[in-house]
Design a protein around this ligand. Sequence first.
Ligand code: SF4
Length: 265
Amino acid sequence: MGVPSVFLRTFGCNFTCDGFGMPPGEASQERHAIKIADYKTYNDLPLVKSGCDSFASWMPEFKHLSPMLTTDAIADRIMEILPHGEWRDEHLVITGGEPLLGWQRAYPDLLAHAKMKNLKEITFETNGTQPLAPKFKEYLQAWNQAQFPHGAGGEITFSVSAKLPCSGENWEDAIRPEVVCEYEQVGYAYLKFVVATEVDVADALEASAEYRAAGFRGPIYLMPVGGVESVYTLNNRRVAELAMRHGLRYSDRLQVPLFRNAWGT
Ligand code: SF4
C-alpha cells in the first residue's frame, strides 16, 4: 500500500464472484441491471455494492469499453502516466479480471519493450487459479535475473486473492494450493482472503491450512469486504480484530477512503 503504481487492467476472468455482499447461496443481480447502452466510457460506470466490483473487466457485454491495444500503445500510455515520463520508484501492477489467463502470452512482448527497460517491480493481482505456462515461467525467472543479477529477489510479486465460498465460487475451483506454490518458484507471493463474517474467517483458516500443507511459505492477510465506503467501514475494524485474534495479517483497502473506489483507481 502507498507504493506509486501503474495499473494495467486486462480483460476477462474465469470467475464471476456473484456472492460477495450477499446472503449465503444468493447471487448478486446488480451488474445485470446496468443498462450498458447508457455508458460510453469505463469511468462513467456505476459502482456495485455486491458481487464483483470489477465486473466491467470481464463481462462480455462491456468488452467494447476495453480497447485492444498494441504493445507500443500500452508502453506509450504508461509513459504518459508516469510522473517523470520514465520508470523510477513506480511499480507495475497487472490486474484484471484475471491477468494470468491467455494474457501470459502477451506479457513478454510488453516487458521486453524499450520503454519498460527500467521497470524494477511487477505485481500480478491474481485469483490464484491459473498455472504459469512453462515458457512464461522461464521468461519471468530470466527477467528477474536480468534486472537483479546480484539476486536481491522479490521484484516479482503475486498478490493472490483466493476466493472463499462467500464469493459464490466453488472451493475446489478456487482454492488451488499447488498453483500458488508454483508462483513462489518465480517471485514473492502472499495470500489475501476477503471476509465479512466469522464463517468467512473460519473458511480462511481452513484454506490457509491447505496452502500451508502444500508448502506455501508467504504471509496470509485478511481483508474486509467492501468496495464502497459504507460497507467497508462497517467491516474493517472487526476484520482487523479477527486477524489479530487468529495470528494473521490485516490488509486495508486504501483506495476506498482515498478515492471511494471510483473506476480508474
Ligand atoms: S476473481 Fe476477481 S475479477 Fe474475477 S470475478 Fe472474482 S472478484 Fe471479479
